[in-house]
Design a protein. Structure first.
Length: 365
């Protein structure tokens, strides 16, 4: 593996903002670049999760005042061109001062003006799409980027010629032991991890406590991440249902929790799907029904088609149906282990290295 310093890459500007699905893969790439000797700076927004986790990682961050306009009303739509122009000019100033060898965008509204500025400044622009269906910004940027990368095969149309790398995942998650090793001698209640994302998933918070009393087999240990504003109410629902569960607002150490669990019930954001594969764990995936272009269903199909997960659509899901699905597919440790092994086979553990190596190769021409 060639060190970045030896490849002549000294500085990289990373663009990612909004949700953990964009920010955590970008953070994995940033840490890898830093280990290889590059100086990394970040382009983000104050409203997104990056405003907290990027400074905590010791990475310098530049903030842009940008937001999406889709479905946000006429006033925001009219103001958008002026805000975008101001943001583009701001990024061009950052590029002049920092002089990065390339700009790497991993999603979020901030990548739009950042990508345009990179193109205008003549700085090589690379973009990475985490979802199985590209977002609007990345579809537009793919027309001007130096190279386009995708996590899932065939996310972009053939004419884009995107390179499939997988999704960068946090090093501590990629380092979790194989399912065969984790499951040696594992006995006792089946361990269920419920993950609703940083904000929690209200539907999961309401469905799970009502489903468990309906199970014929109730030997489960439940760890439920419910979101900052929903943990107390969710814990109350479990108590009222007579179900023992540990409910937390947020999980600080996802690697530890993934390693503990026998299976996961969660949404199917790109990062979650990639982490499930990296860990090697079975899952019941409930896509967020209001995701743009229903991309979470397409993400979920990657694991479902590989026999590593089952899919349930929220609009038809009831506590009784959820209990039936858990009983049918997730009550046997033997079946869960088979799913876990299938999941691990779908992983791309070298995704971060592949992405950065491909960027270096593109720079060489």
């Amino acid at each position: 593996m060639e060190e970045i310093g030896k490849a002549g890459i000294a500085r990289v500007l990373i663009m990612a903002g909004g949700t953990g699905g964009h920010v955590f893969p970008a953070l994995a790439a940033a840490r890898y670049l830093e280990k290889q000797g590059a100086t990394v700076q970040w382009l983000g927004t104050r409203a997104g999760i990056e405003s907290r986790v990027v400074p905590e990682a010791g990475i310098a961050i530049h903030y842009l005042d940008v937001a999406g306009v889709r479905g946000q009303g006429v006033v925001r739509l009219l103001k958008a061109p002026f805000k975008i122009l101001r943001a583009v000019l701001s990024v061009m100033g950052i590029l002049r001062k920092f002089r990065p060898d390339f700009v790497l965008g991993l999603g979020g509204f901030v990548t739009g003006p950042g990508g345009v500025a990179a193109r205008l400044a003549g700085t090589p622009l690379f973009i990475h799409e985490q979802n199985a269906i590209p977002g609007f910004t990345n579809r537009m940027l793919s027309k001007i980027s130096s190279r386009t990368f995708q996590a899932f095969p065939n996310a972009f149309s053939e004419n884009v010629r995107a390179v499939t790398t997988g999704n960068p995942v946090r090093a501590e998650i990629a380092a979790i032991a194989d399912p065969e090793l984790r499951w040696q001698g594992r006995t006792g209640p089946i361990r269920l991890l419920v993950v609703g994302g940083s904000q929690g998933a209200v539907a999961l918070n309401q469905l799970l406590p009502r489903a468990f009393p309906l199970l014929a087999h109730q030997d489960f240990e439940i760890f439920h991440q419910a979101g900052q504003h929903n943990a107390e109410a969710t814990e109350m629902l479990y108590r009222e249902a007579g179900v023992q569960a540990t409910v937390v607002p947020f999980i600080n150490d996802m690697a530890e929790r993934y390693a503990w669990a026998d299976f996961v019930i969660c949404r199917s954001g790109a990062l979650t799907v990639s982490e499930i594969a990296a860990v090697g764990i079975g899952a019941l995936l409930i896509p967020y029904p209001f995701a743009v272009d229903d991309h979470q269903t397409k993400n979920a199909e990657f694991l479902v088609n590989g026999h590593a997960a089952h899919l349930a659509q929220q609009n038809v899901l009831t506590p009784a149906l959820l209990a039936e699905l858990i009983t049918k597919h997730f009550s046997s440790r033997a079946a869960l282990k088979t799913m876990a092994i299938a999941s691990r086979k779908l992983a791309k553990p070298e995704a971060t290295q592949e992405l950065i190596d491909a960027c270096k190769e593109a720079l060489r021409g």
